[in-house]
Ligand binder design. Structure first.
Ligand SMILES: Cc1ncc(C[n+]2csc(CCOP(=O)(O)OP(=O)(O)O)c2C)c(N)n1
Length: 804
């Protein structure tokens, strides 16, 4: 056996290494068992632990080097501890929900316990040197959701190895492309589509991933015979084995209790991945789950007596202990001493975590009780005495801020008419606690540092008298060529993006010029195209992941919603994905090429930006802006806009369209029409006809739905027209409901309206095929005319008599 990168070691070092591994396994086990008791006693609300999986994770950690990346899940407690990023104390802080980052660095307790993640960003939003640390991308509770991003994490090593110049210029992100992406997953989660999609993509790409499957035969209560064909994931995976017929994976099956075999397996997989970029799948079987899935139920309900006994006999820590003694590494007594020390150590760690968690809350309690007492001395509120008693009692077992805040806020309501100075003291206390907890729980959905897209200054497109009118796709194409010249980290990939230059020729010639590693075709696998973008962007590259059509984004939506959109928030600003998702949508032909599901996107994507340019000049401008930032965003090009003529700007590649800035594209005085994307042209067309009917319309193009009109320009228009109509081609109550909420509620337009604010959307069903299918489903110029006319008729029936 060798120690990581050090060659042969002495007998004593060997013994110390083994005993340190044993101690770590025992600590993880013991902290799980003490943590479980804490949940039963109410100190924590939910516990999920790493017991039964310790040994394989310790073996894995031995080949994990600084600069490597982990995409794993909640079972990896031993792995994270062995990597030096976790401890029993961290586990208890997370179990209690301690919101302070210094004690719960994965997420400041925004996540459940044992959902791990390391910090990639400094407080100012700049990147840390990721090659000097062990990197763990932030876990999610959604099973198999770590797999889409695994593809990009592993692919980045290939990109860097294929581009030595680029690699040299990014020392904080790569060490010549030798980094491995390690994934872990439970056996049952392997039944998810994401797993298979990612396994296939990695097999095709041949990138350095090592996938470990922790197989304890169950997924909560459901056994492998229900989860997997032949009850055996590696049997099913065997077609991915590399052989004389082609490249693939090294697939290895190993028992989770067999320490020497595990060490050997990981050493082999590491060598293949690091030196040759050959991926491996390590199916670790005969694992156990000694205390059941989580604290929410007992495994006696679904495991047979025989299985329970087998799990006792084949417990990996027990087998490790037996192996240590039988092979003469240490005596039973030495092991017993370690066991005893571990129990005491974990107790101390637990106590420290609890005390540090409770201390600031108890200080606040003291303060509020003193305010309660002084109010009670002046106003007769008999409940106060009981509250104080209850709160003091809670403080002995475990106190949450909500315990006293609910009382304090109720009390403010009760004394609102009292003229006592303590009312202000109470109000100040409530405001202060609310604002401190806003910082703890409600910030960092978006990046607010200097790397934010909102900090990128506008550069207007410029034209001269020679500027020619071209098919709009040329503007995109020329802009991408310029961008790829200027930004060596820029990459674009998706279905038909490489060889033919995209289905609408927006990246024509790009692959020929910049090569297959930067401009690439992918398989038809939307979730992992998005995941590829996530992984690459976490490793210092600037990917544009293309979804061929907006209607198929739904396949890639899960990683967008769960991973990208929540990442900056859930890591408390510790990680971010500078990823652009490019797609095209709105109206063209038929049910799946005309969609505009903006409500769905808006509801799922808070945490990302959403740009909806009305033409390709603006689309190009958004790409240029976003490329300068660290923020994730989606840009939806108008599917029917590529052949429309637009003037070619003279500063192609240089102009930047700001996010959150609306554009008034027509001045008017009777009504404000708010729209975006493809519908904008329909609206503009209708306004000509409305002008002839004596109605003057102001038209505003929203441009970015998120962020939405940051300077509140729309309400300024409503102040002038006193009427508002929002038009798009989503379902009724979809995107338009969001827009109305922004304008009426957030911008306070309600105060300036003389007519009911209205919306005009498409029908609730999908758009049918053909010109008439479109006409009778999506808002037409006539629909806009009639809607506006009806609003004016209601205001002035004499001037605007009824049309029908
Ligand atoms: C997508 C998704 N579906 C369901 C769940 C609920 N759930 C949490 S853990 C779990 C079982 C997972 O089993 P396995 O993959 O074998 O991992 P283990 O917990 O046994 O290590 C289930 C169904 C979830 N978290 N995510």
């Amino acid at each position: 056996m060798t120690a990581k990168g050090k060659g042969k070691i002495s007998k004593n070092d060997f013994k110390q290494t083994i005993l340190a591994d044993y101690r770590l396994a025992a600590e993880v086990r013991e902290s799980g068992s003490q943590g479980r008791r804490d949940v039963l006693s109410g100190k924590g609300t939910f516990g999920i632990f790493g017991d039964g999986k310790e040994l394989a994770q310790i073996a894995l950690a031995k080949v994990f080097r600084h600069g490597d990346f982990r995409a794993g899940y909640y079972r990896d407690q031993a792995l994270m501890t062995a990597l030096g990023q976790y401890s029993p104390k961290h586990m208890f802080s997370a179990l209690y929900g301690d919101p302070e980052l210094e004690r719960e660095p994965s997420s400041g307790s925004r996540q459940m316990m044992n959902h791990f993640g390391t910090r990639f960003l400094n407080h100012d939003g700049s990147w840390k040197n990721l090659m000097e640390q062990n990197n763990s991308t932030s876990d999610m509770a959604c099973l198999a959701s770590q797999f889409p991003r695994l593809v990009g994490l592993a692919q980045a090593s290939q990109v860097y190895r294929d581009n030595p110049e680029l690699a040299k210029s990014k020392p904080g992100f790569t060490n010549g492309g030798s980094e491995i992406a390690f994934a872990t997953i439970g056996n049952s989660s392997c039944a998810e589509g994401h797993f298979w999609e990612a396994v296939n993509a990695i097999g095709v790409l041949q990138v350095p991933a090592i996938i470990s499957i922790w197989d304890d035969a169950y997924g909560i209560s459901v056994a492998n015979d229900v989860q997997m064909t032949k009850s055996d994931v590696s049997a099913v995976l065997s077609g991915f084995q590399r052989n004389e017929k082609g490249a693939g994976y090294e697939i290895i099956k190993v028992n989770g209790w067999d320490y020497p075999a595990l060490i050997e397996v990981y050493e082999k997989a590491e060598k293949l991945a690091r030196e040759e970029h050959i991926p491996s799948i390590i199916h670790v079987v005969e694992m156990t789950q000694p205390t059941g899935h989580s604290t929410s139920g007992s495994h006696e309900r679904y495991k047979s007596k025989e299985r329970m006994q087998w799990e006792k006999d084949f417990d990996c820590n027990l087998k490790f202990r037996e192996w240590i003694v039988e092979s003469g590494v240490a005596t039973k007594e030495e092991i017993a001493t370690i066991d005893k020390e571990v129990v005491a150590f974990v107790k101390v760690q637990k106590k420290e975590a609890w005390t540090e968690f409770q201390a600031p809350i108890k200080e606040e309690l003291k303060e509020v009780i003193s305010i309660f007492n002084s109010i009670s001395a002046q106003v007769n509120i008999p409940e106060i005495a009981d509250w104080i008693k209850d709160l003091n009692q809670s403080a002995m077992f475990g106190l949450f801020r909500r315990n006293f805040m609910s009382k304090a806020r109720m009390l403010l309501g009760m004394i609102v008419n009292e003229n006592i100075p303590e009312k202000a003291t109470l109000r100040n206390f409530i405001n202060r606690i609310n604002s401190e907890n806003y910082e703890r729980y409600n910030t960092k959905l978006y990046n607010e540092t200097a790397t934010s897209a909102l900090k990128v200054a506008e550069v207007k497109p410029t034209y001269n008298s020679d500027s020619e009118e071209v098919d709009a796709r040329i503007i995109l194409r020329d802009n991408f060529h310029h961008m790829f010249d200027a930004i060596p980290e820029a990459m674009i990939f998706g279905e038909d993006v490489g060889k033919i230059g995209g289905v609408n020729q927006g990246v024509e010639g790009l692959q020929d010029k910049f090569g297959e590693s930067r401009v690439a075709d992918t398989g038809i696998r939307e979730a992992t195209i998005i995941g590829q973008g996530i992984g690459l962007s976490l490793r210092g590259l600037k990917p544009i992941a293309e979804m061929q059509y907006l209607d198929y984004v739904i396949y890639g939506f899960q990683p967008m919603v769960d991973d990208i959109a929540s990442l900056h928030y859930r890591t408390h600003g510790g990680q971010i994905t500078p990823l652009i998702i490019r797609t095209r949508g709105h109206r063209l032909e038929g049910i799946w090429h005309s969609g505009s599901p903006m409500g769905m996107l808006l509801n799922g994507m808070r945490g990302m930006y959403l740009c909806v340019p009305r033409d390709m000049t603006r689309a190009a401008g958004f790409y240029n802006t976003l490329m300068q930032s660290n923020d994730p965003a989606m840009v939806i090009e108008c599917l029917n806009g590529y052949r429309i003529k637009e003037k070619l700007p003279t500063n192609i590649g240089e102009f930047r369209v700001p996010l959150g800035k609306v554009e008034t594209t027509r001045d008017g005085s009777d009504i404000t029409l708010v729209s975006y994307g493809s519908t904008w042209r329909v609206v503009m067309d209708a306004t000509e006809k409305l002008e002839r009917a004596g109605i003057s319309c102001e038209v505003i193009d929203i441009q970015t739905l998120v962020p939405f009109d940051l300077s509140h320009d729309i309400v300024e228009s409503v102040k002038k027209t006193n009427r508002l109509l929002v038009i798009d081609e989503d379902v009724p109550g979809g995107g338009t409901a969001y827009i109305l909420q922004k304008i009426v509620e957030e911008q306070d337009a309600y105060n300036y309206l003389d007519s009911e604010p209205q919306t005009l959307a498409a029908k609730a069903h999908r758009p049918p095929y053909g010109a008439d299918g479109d006409y009778f489903t999506k808002p037409s110029s006539e629909d806009v005319f009639e809607k506006v006319y009806a609003m004016m008729h209601e205001a002035n029936p004499v001037k605007f008599p009824s049309l029908y």
